[in-house]
Design a protein around this ligand. Structure first.
Ligand code: ZN
Length: 382
């Protein structure tokens, strides 16, 4: 996720938090400090409630992290590469850069999250029975409750929740293909999403406005997540076993990076039909890429002044690929940043560029031909 803060690594897995958490952190602290604790343990000083509320909030995110770490560690043990974990508004997302080998592996990876939350709930419940100060004991009781809620919510059979994945792995096992498994699971997932929206609307009209809006919003979120899951799986399926070389534009025209933008636009750009050009220094070394679209948008006055290297995206920031690499794997690896361009190198030699348009073309052709096999996905839970 783009706007996330890196926290560090646990078991070699990168952990980050999204900015939206600051808001949720405050909301949880406030709820615990002003509603949960004063109701259960009345007559304490306000400061104690607030300190306990903040600690409860931290502990809650610790529990979420335990849930996500369980997914990530089990995924790694099943040979799925883990890109990292991001905690955000709805909980956590483990980014998995690959596909489970079997329906069984997918089920175990999905199921271990809710199981972990239930285990954490049990531990918190047992701790709440110890002879502790009343506020602390009550906090453990609250943690037990929210972890059970977390486990149950994640078991709702809708994408991107664990329940959706469990359902999808079940259909994968029954139907023999991951893509068909996802397809069937998304259909059921949609029914649950609509039910949640309907239930939310019902609450809204029966006076429980805030709960109604919240539940309807979550339903809408699940609905769109299901659709993107299906599209993603289909596209990845269409692109698996297609080599990068089949999609790339080749050969590539590279331009001296010391030309001014004006020189480039007047004498070089009209000769070619490309939208992206790698640029090189006098020694021939690639230094970056420029995009025609960015250059034509520059104010006319600046074009004569600035050189291509001033406007180039540095080569170190441009993703690279090999021509024999799987296109589906490349997209999985590069992800959303494919709106940049990917340079394709055969050894040291630049042999092509892949753009989103190139990928879209391959998808369109494959779709017409009716090809497609299963593919990977990211995992989310709330
Ligand atoms: Zn989960």
């Amino acid at each position: 996720m783009a706007s996330s803060i890196r926290l560090g690594r646990i078991f070699g897995i990168e952990i980050g938090i999204n900015w939206s958490l600051v808001f949720v952190f405050a909301l949880i602290s406030w709820t615990v400090a002003t509603e949960v604790l004063p109701f259960d343990v009345p007559g304490q000083p306000a400061l104690s409630y607030w300190v306990a509320g903040a600690l409860g909030s931290v502990a809650f995110y610790g529990c979420l992290l335990a849930h996500e770490l369980a997914h990530a560690l089990v995924a790694r043990r099943n040979g799925v590469k883990v890109g990292g974990i991001t905690l955000w508004l709805f909980g956590g997302v483990s980014k998995l850069d690959g596909e489970p080998k079997s329906a069984g592996a997918e089920a175990v990876i999905a199921g271990v999250g809710p199981l972990t939350s239930l285990a954490v709930a049990l531990i918190a419940y047992l701790l709440s029975l110890l002879p502790l100060p009343a506020l602390v004991a009550d906090l453990f009781g609250w943690l037990a409750f929210v972890n059970v809620a977390l486990a149950l919510f994640n078991l709702v059979p809708a994408f991107p929740l664990d329940g959706g994945r469990l359902l999808s792995s079940f259909f994968w096992w029954r139907l023999g293909s991951r893509q068909r498994g996802v397809h069937s699971a998304v259909r059921i997932s949609r029914v649950f999403a609509y039910l949640m929206i309907a239930f939310g609307a019902l609450l809204l009209f029966t006076g429980s406005v805030l709960n109604g809006i919240w539940i309807a919003f979550v339903g809408w979120f699940l609905l769109s997540a299901g659709s993107s899951e299906e599209v993603g799986t289909t596209v990845r399926g269409l692109l698996s076993s297609v080599p990068v070389s089949a999609a790339m534009t080749s050969p590539v025209v590279t331009i001296p990076d010391w030309l001014t933008v004006e020189q480039f636009l007047e004498s070089i750009a009209p000769q070619h039909a490309f939208t992206t050009y790698p640029v090189h220094d006098p020694s021939g070394k690639l230094t970056g890429i420029v995009r025609l679209g960015d250059l034509v948008r520059m104010p006319a006055g600046a074009r004569a002044e600035e050189r291509l290297r001033d406007r180039a995206r540095p080569i170190s920031a441009v993703p690279v690929a090999r021509p024999d690499e799987d296109l589906a794997a490349l997209i999985q690896r590069v992800g959303a940043s494919l709106d940049q361009r990917v340079l394709v190198f055969d050894g040291d030699r630049l042999v092509g560029i892949v753009s989103p348009v190139d990928v879209a073309r391959v998808v369109a052709v494959r779709q017409t031909l009716g090809g497609g096999t299963p593919a990977p996905a990211a995992r989310g839970s709330m």
